[in-house]
Design a protein. Structure first.
Length: 767
């Protein structure tokens, strides 16, 4: 034990109640205070058992937000132990949201439901310019709470008390929200009168909290440090690692030796297809004409009806590249994983020839990374302008995403939850430069490249889909309005109870056809009727996916920049009166508090997911809630970016690491993600399957790009029914908040579903 060092780096214990904003808060602590932050969860039994020893090894504690109620032991775990610390064990504590409510509850307050919850709402916070609120001239703060702490400090005329009340004499009010006409004044900040405990109801880390939020954290630490100096408290020099597991990132050493051995068999099986020599990308570039489409090109090359993966910008203004991954019979290895039996299967035939039972989906990602690492091209010259040279193409289901966050998934009718092909032959259309790249990772494949280039030169005009191939007789099972509105009501009950801030509710339509269809013709029709920047056609084994998704999930470049583009907020371009809705009107509609709150919550959630992989210091928001134009709708879109590289923990983060830490897509779950997904599982009652997952590629050169699987139709042979040729499923939904209108949400869900149903099925019967 030595003297207290005032200027040394503080060590802060962060207690996370399974929130989806925790990494944003820990990042703020690191950036503002230069702190070392150790995160633990409220259900950590080792920390609980050794609680006092753990506290002696840190300078202060921050208790974060989370779903639930502070009086519920399963929601707060060991947090309550902080408020009962003896005099000898005291240390500074800051509670945020749930942590704030727990602090107040532990000192006499009632924690009650608000008449109108405040999720993603930004308001002015009133304070007396003292303590941790000193010198905060203007504090605009984001609130995410359904509950509030009642300390008895509001009079009948809504005047608030700035002094401790008889109900809670140990709590000094520091801040209020006095502008809520529905709920009345809401307590926003407190300080314990004799102990080093502080708390705030709002979120200082939110992207929409003003810069004063960061200053508040600095002010809190100044107060906490002063207490430490006066008390002469010195933390013990004991590493917390003795009670904590080390953080992991995707790499070859992140799974057991036995799994690594079996995983290497997969990587070696994939590598053997390209021969024993160095990996060489053979490629040629050809000029093309603007009318060339993926449909006309693949039709001309004879791939109609064949297995293929197409990522198609569909002529949309935001798209640049069309990527076609070609399946070579007998050579292309397909890789699948199922959450129902945790088995990874792979092989180049019609059915997988090899299988590996895994402990969990966590074992899949290092296997994929190893395969990519073994295929890095050794060329002196490579086509640097295009994003894909070869690698994995396919999809990851919503249920696979649930397994990554330890939420028990529904099974998906035998549809693979991860379904990839390792693509050696590919064709890329660069819309910006009017060039086509034909490339192969296979040895001695120059003849195929030249023959394909010759065919490209003969294509004169785009091939239009034969409309006669579209179904004229079909029946559908669609969500009824009463059923969907009942689910909305269930969602809002959970929102009012504090279990979630936002729930992205979905439902699905099943379309039965009397005879087998021609999915390729349908896709070519869809891409004309509803073009989108992230269109896709996937035919792998028994699965067909036809997508016109407007939403990028995640892209990462070879240079190490990653980007999310979540969409929350949708306005149809033709109004109910038949008039066009132009940009100014769309901006007014999408600028409402409800629409912005939906988007804001997902932005903060994605910042958290991304920061967990690359560190908060490497995350920024380059576009916040801007209106973008699509073929049939206006969308409210944000852009969150980050830089891959050295994680603060010292481990390099890869694009695959960001991918697995961000599943399932936050724009399809709500926040907090884990609790919201558990709730949605109960309400929806069945698997989403491919819908709500992600679709795209992982490139051997180090990049990747995935869209969110929305505006999509999916078919699998396991859905076939007696007397029915085939069944297609189309999912749709929307974000439910406390401000949601039942009728409006049902109409939004139908609008999204109809963008696919009308394009493909011409208004099926039985709707």
């Amino acid at each position: 034990m030595g003297s207290l060092q005032v200027d040394r780096r503080p060590h802060i214990l962060y207690i996370d109640a399974f929130d989806s904003f925790a990494n944003n808060i820990t990042g703020l602590l690191e950036q503002r205070l230069g702190a070392q932050v150790t995160l633990v969860h409220t259900d950590n039994s080792v920390i609980d058992k050794n609680f006092l020893q753990v506290l002696r090894a840190v300078d202060a504690v921050v208790v974060g937000p989370g779903p639930g109620h502070p009086a519920n032991p399963s929601d707060v775990g060991f947090i309550d132990k902080l408020w009962a610390l003896g005099e000898a064990d005291l240390l500074p504590v800051l509670g945020i949201c749930l942590g704030f409510q727990s602090l107040c509850l532990g000192h006499g307050a009632d924690v009650q439901r608000l008449p109108h919850p405040r999720h993603g709402i930004v308001t002015r916070v009133s304070h007396r310019n003292n303590d941790m609120f000193a010198s905060l001239a203007k504090l605009e703060a984001t609130q995410y709470h359904s509950l509030h702490a009642d300390i008895g400090g509001v009079s009948g005329d809504k005047t608030v008390s700035w002094e401790p009340t008889s109900k809670c004499p140990l709590l000094q009010p520091l801040a209020w929200d006095e502008g809520d006409v529905v709920n009345g004044p809401i307590l926003m900040g407190v300080q314990h009168t004799t102990k080093p405990f502080w708390g705030v109801q709002f979120h200082p880390e939110s992207i929409c909290t003003s810069a004063a939020g960061g200053q508040l954290i600095s002010n809190w630490w100044a107060q906490a440090k002063e207490w430490l100096l006066q008390r002469g408290r010195i933390k013990e020099d004991v590493p917390l690692t003795k009670w904590l597991p080390l953080p992991t990132h995707v790499g070859r050493s992140d799974f057991s030796a036995d799994t690594a051995r079996r995983g290497s068999k997969l990587a070696q099986a994939l590598r053997s297809v390209a021969g024993s020599g160095d990996i060489i990308l053979r490629w040629e570039r050809y000029p093309t004409k603007p009318h060339l489409t993926t449909a006309s090109l693949l039709n001309s090359l004879g791939y109609r009806g064949e297995e293929v993966v197409v990522l198609d910008s569909q002529g949309h203004g935001q798209g640049r590249f069309d990527i076609m991954g070609l399946i070579v019979p007998g050579q292309t290895v397909k890789v699948t994983y199922s959450v129902s039996d945790r088995t990874l299967r792979y092989g180049s035939g019609a059915t997988p020839s090899s299988s590996v039972f895994l402990d969990s989906i966590d074992d899949v990602w290092p296997m994929l990374q190893e395969a990519l690492d073994l295929h890095v091209p050794q060329n002196d010259s490579l086509p640097q302008d295009i994003p894909f040279w070869g690698g994995f193409m396919g999809y990851i289901s919503y249920e696979a995403g649930l397994e990554t966050i330890d939420v028990a998934p529904h099974t998906s009718n035998n549809i693979p939850d991860i379904n990839f092909a390792f693509v050696h032959r590919s064709i890329i259309i660069d819309r910006l430069t009017s060039q086509v790249y034909v490339q192969s990772l296979l040895p001695d494949d120059q003849d195929w490249i030249l023959a394909t280039g010759s065919t490209i030169g003969t294509i004169e005009e785009a091939s239009l889909p034969p409309t006669s191939s579209l179904p004229t007789i079909a029946t559908a099972s669609r969500p009824s309005e009463s059923s969907y509105r009942s689910k909305i009501q269930q969602c809002q009950a959970y929102l009012h109870s504090g279990d979630s801030y936002e729930l992205c509710l979905t439902d699905s339509s099943a379309i039965a056809l009397p005879s087998p269809s021609d999915p390729w013709s349908w896709y070519t029709h869809l891409r004309l009727r509803n073009p989108a920047p992230h269109g896709a056609y996937v035919h792998l084994s028994d699965v067909h996916v036809l997508s016109s998704s407007p939403e990028r999930f995640l892209r990462w470049t070879r240079e190490g920049i990653c980007e999310f583009r979540p969409i929350k907020g949708t306005v149809k371009k033709i109004g109910p009166d038949g008039k066009k809705i132009l940009r100014p009107e769309a901006e007014a509609i999408l600028g409402t508090a409800k629409e912005r709150a939906e988007n804001l919550m997902i932005v903060d959630l994605i910042r958290h997911d991304l920061a967990g992989a690359v560190g908060a210091r490497n995350v920024w928001v380059s576009q916040l809630m801007e209106v973008e134009e699509f073929a049939t709708v206006w969308h409210l879109v944000s852009v969150i970016q980050g830089k891959l590289g050295d994680h603060p923990a010292g481990t390099g983060a890869s694009g695959i690491d960001v991918l697995r830490r961000s599943l399932p897509p936050g724009s399809m779950t709500g926040a907090p993600k884990k609790r919201s997904c558990e709730i949605l599982n109960r309400i929806e009652g069945g698997p989403r399957g491919v819908y709500s997952g992600v679709l795209g590629y992982m490139d051997v050169g180090g990049g990747g790009d995935f869209s969110v699987i929305i505006r999509t139709a999916v078919r699998h042979s396991s859905d076939a029914q007696a007397g029915v040729g085939e069944v297609w499923r189309v999912g749709a939904g929307g974000a439910i908040t406390v401000q949601s209108d039942e009728e409006g949400e049902f109409l939004e869900m139908e609008l999204k579903a109809n963008s696919v149903l009308d394009a493909l099925f011409n208004g099926v019967k039985g709707m």
